[in-house]
Design a protein around this ligand. Sequence first.
Ligand code: ZN
Length: 295
Amino acid sequence: MSFSGTVKEEIAKHISGARHCQLAELAAIIQFCGRFGKDENGEDIFIIDTENEAVKIKYFTLLKKTFNIDTAKKLDNDTIWNVLQAVKVVDGNGVMHSLDEPINAVLLKQSCCKRAYLRGAYLCIGSMSDPKGSYHLEMVCDTMKQAKQICEVLAYFNLDGRIIERKRHFVVYMKEGAAIVDFLNICEAHVALMEMENERIFKEVRNSINRRVNCEAANITKTVNASTKQVAEIELLRDEYGLYNLPPNLREMAEVRLEHPEATLAELGEYLNPPVGKSGVNHRLRRLSEIAQHL
Ligand SMILES: [Zn+2]
């Protein structure tokens, strides 16, 4: 199963104890997956339109918990009406509001209910990429108002959700690993959170090793390139000028470099008699280079 699917399974199993939270989550599921349609006899029905089993199971579990409804039987219209009233899709005057509207703010007053709402939203319209790759979480809304409501609730938890329009849908998304970890925490999906954190730590360690390896490789390349040039110049001096014509300290330097083409400056200094520091070696090599360039 995908990481996103695992997160949904975990969220689906999480049932809030309090009725206010159950209603908030139910409201989210009804808003994002609910649809009015006709049954085979042409009668009006209300359905939860989703391919995802986890959403259906959660919906029926919440109905059972919140309204003590026997979900084994087909729900009659009165029952549906009561549920829609409880989640404020039907208002106190018996007027039904569009499911495209944001959820009534009364249902999202408490922070626990905001969490429940985000769980419901993610379950119905959310997905996230596997943390082994890049970090991406999104929730695809039918209307801008719904997308804005999700962003408002995210902002309450100090999360910055962005909205883009894609194929006439409004997509709320986040791309920061830390923000997605926070989101999982808010949804109380702790197993997924641990899995994601492990992946992030693994990546961090791997990146820091890679950085170090690259850095060492770059230094080696630099040393080798410099040495190749020095050796070529010293060979030119030897053949065209004669090393014995050089002052003794430069002559020794030239010989040591030819003997140890792979050595670093510090190592070359050790081979000299008496030993010389890095800057001394550097100075002598530069002198040799200058003389070679005169030839
Ligand atoms: Zn609550």
